[in-house]
Design a protein around this ligand. Structure first.
Ligand code: FAD
Length: 333
């Protein structure tokens, strides 16, 4: 059993703690707030959206993430699944991406898919007639990331994982502090802020802001997750819907913008017939941790073998959290 400290309690940090705790490691988590910034803002699609645009490493991490979550969900009770809003849905892909998606899924038969034409109304009656062609991917997982955060925190607390509230300024001073010598491994999971702490000139991380719109409809609008060009629409319980997301390279700008709202509302009206009435509930934003190499950093620091990286998951940090945590587990064993 080793003593590990994890910096960052977003889904990546919490899941890393969960995996290490399960195999008997003693874990402390440090965060300057109580929730993951990007994680609490995520949409909760536990599936790659357009994997053909990603590196092979990221694709493998996503496919493995999909499988690992299937295993994880199988261990949960019905009550726990309800608590995190876990649901199996089908993903309907429309628009420009159908061909690329079709080719990718043909080569990656681990995931079932079927190509359907002119049969849309039996699947989704509110979608405009003009969107007849779509690719259907069966049984993808969805959940509410905010609820997954709560679930993981509570599970970790029950299993004696220690949570500390503190801001880590620089990793060098953290490592120099004698009281931190007790930690055999320091695992950095601070999302887009990881390199503020690390200060490694060879690593380039930046925030890519994403805004989501949460709304309600009077009657149930959709059964499936829809992916249409640059955005997705996810059904939740009680006629709630989430539409997202914008992709904004605007630094750490924390403003909710009316231009994002208009873009997302227009995206919804592009796909549904005019009769749909949307009651706006909430607009949220998050900073995706984008790394220039387009892969997350999951490795041992070259100068200090006690220091492990696990950050930079960009659009897929929820989906790949378990597969990334398992890599970390191997690195420290
Ligand atoms: C709009 C949107 C939709 C998304 N949808 C999906 C999706 O459907 N599926 C999916 O897989 N991914 C999705 N993502 C991506 C996903 O949210 C991220 O990849 C993931 O949340 C990154 O998690 P993280 O734990 O690395 O970072 P974060 O959740 O940002 O957590 C980092 C933590 O580090 C802490 N921290 C930072 N600095 C310090 C410091 N100096 N000292 C101590 N603590 C510190 C922060 O307080 C924070 O709690 C989405 C992202 C956005 C913005």
């Amino acid at each position: 059993m080793t003593k590990c400290v994890i910096i960052g309690s977003g889904i990546v940090g919490l899941t890393t703690a969960y995996e290490l705790n399960k195999t008997g490691h003693q874990v402390t988590i440090i965060d300057n707030q109580s929730t993951g910034q990007a994680s609490k803002s995520a949409a909760g699609i536990m599936f790659p959206l357009n994997p053909w645009k990603n590196t092979k490493y990221m694709q493998d991490l996503c496919i493995s993430g999909h499988e690992q979550y299937n295993n994880f969900f199988n261990t949960l009770s019905i009550k726990d699944k309800r608590e995190i809003n876990f649901e199996k849905k089908n993903l309907l892909i429309f628009g420009n991406d159908i061909e690329s998606a079709k080719n990718w899924y043909k080569e990656n038969p681990v995931i079932n898919s079927s190509y359907i034409k002119k049969n849309l109304n039996s699947r989704e009656k509110f979608i405009k007639e003009s969107h007849k062609n779509f690719l259907e991917i069966e049984n993808i997982n969805t959940l509410d990331p905010r609820k997954l955060i709560n679930f993981l925190r509570n599970t970790l607390l029950k299993n004696n994982v220690e949570f500390k509230k503190s801001k880590i300024e620089k990793i060098d001073s953290f490592l120099r502090k004698p009281s931190n010598n007790k930690y055999e491994f320091i695992i950095l999971c601070a999302g887009v802020w990881s390199n503020h702490i690390l200060g490694n000139k060879n690593i380039r991380l930046k925030p890519i802001k994403g805004q989501l719109l949460h709304f309600k409809t009077r009657e149930k609008l959709i059964d499936n997750v829809l992916l249409y060009n640059n955005y997705y629409i996810i059904p939740r319980r009680d006629n709630r819907i989430v539409v997202g997301a914008t992709i904004e390279d605007v630094g750490f700008d924390e403003n909710i913008t009316s231009s994002a709202k208009i873009f997302l509302e227009k995206s919804v009206s592009e796909i549904f017939s005019n009769s749909v009435e949307m009651l706006s509930l909430e607009q949220t934003y998050g900073f995706r941790p984008y790394s220039d190499k387009e892969d997350p950093y999951i490795n041992i620091d070259i100068k200090n073998e006690r220091l492990i990286y696990n950050f930079g998951h960009y659009r897929y940090g929820i989906l790949t959290a378990i597969s990334s945590a398992k890599i970390v587990k191997k690195l420290i064993s």
